[in-house]
Design a binder for this molecule. Structure first.
Ligand code: FE2
Ligand code: FE2
Length: 179
């Protein structure tokens, strides 16, 4: 049972942590929506008789530029914090999902047609579930810990991402540059 004397007695997030948590959830929503938009475009192309090669290339480009660097940045900062907060089994599973996403992205390179689009849709669905677990199971747990500085974690992730490949863009830009 918690008492007011326990440092971890309350499970309400600090205001600063909760603002960062909300920003991270919003970023996930943007990534999920961006991927969904590009996969949806590939689905429309295939439905109209095209092989959707350009649209699938745009999906791979978006994964390479946005989703996989985000996953790597999490592994370098957020996940370590989550392990230290006692979430090690969950983090192990999440790292496994990152590996699956990397493998499926590589497998999507050069794919066309219904089969390629189906693979892309499966990948997008798994990524949406994965981001949901971070939103619901990892971020609230960390935000509720007064000893955790989620803002510092976000800064570390942004710093790592800023050192990534140049020319990272929106889904629309990705589609344009690869079509
Ligand atoms: Fe992740
Ligand atoms: Fe994430």
């Amino acid at each position: 049972m918690s008492t007011v004397d326990e440092p971890d007695g309350g499970r309400e997030p600090t205001k600063a942590n909760d603002e960062v948590r909300a920003a991270m959830v919003a970023h996930h929503a943007g990534l999920v929506a961006g991927l969904d938009e590009l996969v949806g475009r590939a689905e429309e192309e295939v439905a109209s008789g095209s092989d959707a090669g350009g649209e699938l290339k745009a999906v791979v480009s978006y994964l390479d530029r946005e989703v996989l660097p985000h996953a790597a940045a999490e592994e370098a900062s957020l996940y370590g914090l989550a392990r230290r907060a006692g979430l090690d089994p969950l983090v192990q599973a999440m790292v496994g999902e990152h590996a699956w996403l990397r493998g499926q992205t590589a497998a999507l390179v050069g794919k066309v047609g219904v089969r390629g689009v189906s693979q892309a849709r499966a990948l997008a669905a798994v990524f949406a579930l994965h981001a949901g677990k971070e939103n619901d199971l990892i971020l609230p747990e960390l935000a509720a810990r007064p000893e955790v500085d989620l803002g510092a974690v976000l800064s570390a992730m942004q710093s790592q991402l800023s050192q990534g490949p140049e020319g990272r863009g929106t889904p629309r830009e990705a589609a344009r540059s690869s079509s």
